[in-house]
Design a protein around this ligand. Structure first.
Ligand code: MG
Ligand code: MG
Length: 254
């Protein structure tokens, strides 16, 4: 993994601050009756006013049928990640993942929150609390000398302790000059993760996605949205983190 200088991580912190501020504004706007597209417009305004560029708009990975159409991934209920901003209106009780990336002077920040829309529904508060706890555990494990297996075990241990599942092949990533850089940062133990040792200056995005039920998923007709096959709800939270001698530092905190 690349080792960033303190100057570089300071710029990533600026990008991260823009992301955090944007997520706060979108959280406040995420009310019943609001369209997903309107939330994307709130975020567009935040990024523009901060002088930052969006990481997601126009993003075109090889597997996607179309370039991404917004500055946010908005993933309601059974959509785990990669939901697109559409004309869909939020309903009371929805559980919405809001994922944002921003670029400042060529350096990226990437973070996600999950929010209850209106009145929290059913088991959603417990799912969201477990997902946030899993993220905190993953961040705490990102110390010099630890491996990506340690991070994965920390996240997955929390998920399992609450009886929740994760997708087998989704997780975090290195981040810096690009939003998605090597290595893949698994959220559950996979072979090979024990060989990636964290050093001060490494920057990574940690992003647990927890849900009830089975781990099977499908890609929706839009070619982007990742949906649980049994349509159980998912929560997703993410921070960009730098490993330092003094422990992990969250670059996407408010
Ligand atoms: Mg993200
Ligand atoms: Mg990410």
């Amino acid at each position: 993994m690349p080792v960033r200088t303190t100057t570089e991580t300071a710029t990533m912190r600026e990008a991260g601050r823009v992301v955090a501020t944007t997520l706060q504004a979108v959280r406040a706007a995420a009310r019943p009756g609001v369209r997903l597209r309107e939330l994307d417009e709130v975020a567009q305004t935040c990024l523009r006013e901060a002088g930052a560029l969006p990481s997601f708009l126009g993003y075109a990975p090889s597997w996607a049928p179309t370039p991404f159409n917004g500055v946010l991934c908005l993933s309601p209920n059974e959509v785990v990640v990669h939901g697109r901003p559409t004309g869909r209106r939020l309903a009371d009780g929805d559980l919405l993942s809001i994922d944002c990336g921003a670029v400042v002077d060529g350096w990226h920040g990437d973070s996600a929150i999950t929010v209850h829309v209106g009145t929290p529904d059913g088991d959603d508060p417990r799912l969201l609390a477990a997902t946030e706890e899993a993220l905190a555990a993953g961040i705490a494990a990102a110390v010099p000398g630890a491996t990506l297996l340690d991070v994965a075990r920390a996240v997955d241990g929390v998920a399992r302790s609450h009886g929740f599942t994760q997708l087998a092949d989704h997780g975090g990533h290195g981040i810096g000059r690009s939003m998605h850089e090597a290595p893949f940062v698994p959220m559950a133990p996979v072979p090979g993760a024990e060989h990636v040792v964290l050093r001060p200056g490494n920057t990574l995005a940690i992003e647990p996605m927890l849900h009830a039920g089975g781990s099977a998923y499908r890609t929706a007709k839009d070619g982007w949205s990742i949906v649980t096959r049994d349509r159980r709800r998912a929560a997703h939270v993410e921070h960009t983190v730098v490993v330092t001698d003094d422990g992990p530092v969250v670059l996407t905190a408010v």
